[in-house]
Ligand binder design. Structure first.
Ligand SMILES: [Zn+2]
Length: 240
């Protein structure tokens, strides 16, 4: 009996961890799609305008740096504002707990009653959890904030920049291994293959059908590359 309880608790615990990691991984996979599509399109556009291998490489590296920087800034700004909102909530809750402890305890008990406990037990749970960690309990059960998992802007910034830079290397590698005459198809083929694999991985993590997920991101990426190839070719002709 006790054994079965322990086992169920372990399973529930593992489940939470897995879904938290899946969320993080899915965000990383989406950022990686971006890196591949934008860098590959940039390089293909430049190459289609009959640029040299060296100029195409420079375009790819510039795209890598620009994309990584813009991901870092974007993540930093968005996660910072999320963190500011969380901090404001924490400060306000702390003030309320100091100003009206009785009303706050009743509020907490009411939350547990609405979740299904009877009045007496709800009161008891509220009192014991408050004695253990009053602010933490209010933050978690009233506001849904876990103090251990609060937003970290710098970490979010460098992780997304590193993810972008790593996957921007895919089309660049395609250029480096390609024979002189097959630059465009090589960049496209390497990039689309990586996109298909990432799409399938993203579908797997999100519980979606693999083939459809892979096809969607591959078709989208292929379209982006085709459009920039066309524009690059036209510009190359116009500007000689
Ligand atoms: Zn409260």
């Amino acid at each position: 009996m006790g054994d079965r309880h322990a086992k169920r608790r372990t399973a529930a615990h593992r489940e939470t961890h897995r879904s938290a990691r899946a969320g993080w991984l899915r965000a990383a996979v989406l950022g990686s799609d971006d890196a591949i599509v934008s860098t590959a399109s940039l390089m293909i556009g430049v190459a289609a305008a009959s640029a040299t291998r060296g100029a195409t490489l420079v375009a790819g590296l510039a795209g890598l740096v620009a994309g990584a920087m813009s991901m870092a800034v974007g993540e930093y700004v968005s996660v910072s504002s999320q963190r500011d909102a969380e901090r404001a909530d924490v400060d306000r809750e702390r003030r309320e707990l100091a100003a009206q402890p009785v009303a706050e305890l009743a509020e907490l008990a009411e939350i547990y009653r609405r979740r299904g406990l009877d009045v007496g037990l709800a009161r008891q749970v509220a009192e014991q959890l408050s004695a253990h960690d009053r602010l933490g309990t209010h933050l978690r059960d009233e506001l849904g904030i876990e103090r251990g998992t609060m937003a970290r802007p710098l970490q979010a910034a460098w992780i997304s920049a590193a993810a972008f830079a790593s996957f921007a290397l895919v089309p660049i590698a395609g250029l480096l291994v390609a024979p002189e005459t097959a630059r465009l198809p090589a960049i496209a083929a390497v990039s689309l293959t990586a996109l298909a694999a990432l799409g399938a991985l993203g579908g797997h993590l999100g519980g979606a059908p693999l083939v459809r997920a892979a096809l969607r991101v591959t078709l989208g990426g292929g379209l982006a590359m085709a459009v920039t190839a066309l524009i690059g070719r036209l510009l190359g002709v116009v500007m000689g």
